[in-house]
Ligand binder design. Structure first.
Ligand code: ACO
Length: 338
């Protein structure tokens, strides 16, 4: 068993989705689409939409509380907080600082955001592991993936607005522990900035600050070339999975489960096909939530654990792909959390 550096374990998970359900049928009254088109192209049947006064940090907090509760930890036990998101409450301060305050975590602990779009959680996991490896000051790191994508969707663009939803997932990563949970064995992260234009939000940053012109041009919304992204997503996720498995000397056939980014059931099916693995190894909830970007992997992970779908010990893989472009895989040795 490969174990780079300081051993770490995921000892609690949690998730949260806002209560408002937007079904495909509801979308047919908003854009020119059909339930049949959305289901056959993506597998999505419904998604959750946050309330107007609910921001990303408000979704992050209940997910984080659930993860801390499963880990048996209180706010005073958390030594750092990382929030992975591409829809922060605001450009600054970081959503992690807001979450630190909302949860009543100790003042003085590090808090920062990670933006690697839909790969954010896997990037955040490696950042959390890096903190734990860097210093004994850190024992428990709270890692949250949370998104209010509905706030940056163009509700007149049928090629994107039907694909995404809001939600949050969280874990607590602890240093140096034996016992149940997910023990990180190896990680693979990558990026391709040359293709940054394939998924992006053009305005609102320093390149195109907000102006009447940017508003008029609908530049404050997510834009995506879905067809190109689809092909690159499958290739990058398969290659990343193969690299991390090879690094750890684990065969795909030994995996007890794979938690993929939940963007599209056809992407998940293609990844399963390339890895020559049955779809039953891939717990998925894309039909219920759509693509929740950085929240998608921890939300699917937490639901699979709580539904008893990860009851076998063994190697477990998390794989993600997103804007940037970015991708990443984390291989865990999984001991079921009771
Ligand atoms: N309803 C009905 N028709 C639609 C809709 C819709 N909602 N959206 C697009 N269409 C039409 C298009 O206009 C096109 O019509 P045309 O042939 O007359 O031009 C037709 O359907 C086919 O469009 P395609 O783009 O070829 O459809 P495709 O089969 O590729 O599915 C999809 C599109 C679902 C977006 C797919 O490409 C996909 O899932 N891509 C990957 C997205 C992804 O994984 N993103 C991950 C990262 S996201 C992040 O990081 C934030």
């Amino acid at each position: 068993m490969v174990m780079d550096g300081v051993p770490t374990v995921i000892r609690g998970t949690g998730s949260y989705a806002p209560s408002r359900v937007l079904r495909n049928e509801d979308l047919t009254g908003i854009v020119d689409t059909t339930d049949e088109w959305i289901v056959t192209r993506t597998g999505i049947r419904e998604r959750r939409i946050a309330a107007e006064d609910e921001a990303t940090s408000d979704l992050a907090v209940p997910a984080a509380r659930a993860a801390m509760e499963m880990a048996g930890l209180g706010p005073e036990d958390i030594d750092a907080v990382i929030v992975c998101t591409l829809t922060p409450d605001m450009l600054f301060p970081s959503t992690a600082c807001l979450v630190q305050s909302l949860l009543g975590l100790r003042r003085g602990i590090p808090a920062f955001d990670v933006d690697a779009a839909c790969s954010g959680f896997v990037y955040g996991l490696e950042s959390a592991r890096g903190l734990l490896a860097a210093s004994r000051k850190y024992r428990n790191v709270l890692l949250v993936g949370a998104e209010k994508l509905s706030a940056i969707l163009d509700w007149t663009d049928r090629s994107t607005c039907v694909l995404f939803g809001d939600g949050a997932g969280a874990i607590v990563l602890t240093r140096g522990e034996e016992g149940p949970g997910g023990h990180i064995l190896a990680t693979d992260l990558g990026s391709d900035g040359v293709n940054s234009g394939l998924i992006h939000m053009p305005a609102g940053g320093s390149r195109v600050p907000a102006s009447p012109h940017s508003l008029e041009g609908r530049q404050h919304f997510l834009k995506m070339n879905g067809r190109e992204v689809f092909k690159l997503a499958v290739r990058a996720m398969v290659a990343s999975a193969e690299r991390v498995l090879e690094e750890a000397g684990v065969s795909p056939q030994d995996l007890v489960g794979i938690i993929p980014h939940q963007a599209n059931i056809r992407i998940i099916e293609s990844v399963a096909q390339y890895l020559k693995l049955p779809l039953t190894l891939f717990p998925n909830n894309v039909h219920l939530y759509g693509n929740t970007s950085a929240a998608s992997v921890p939300l699917a992970f937490d639901e699979a654990i709580r539904a008893g779908k990860l009851s076998q010990p063994g190697p477990l893989l998390l794989i993600a792909f997103g804007a940037g472009l970015t991708w990443g895989s984390t291989l865990l040795h999984w001991e079921p959390l009771s």
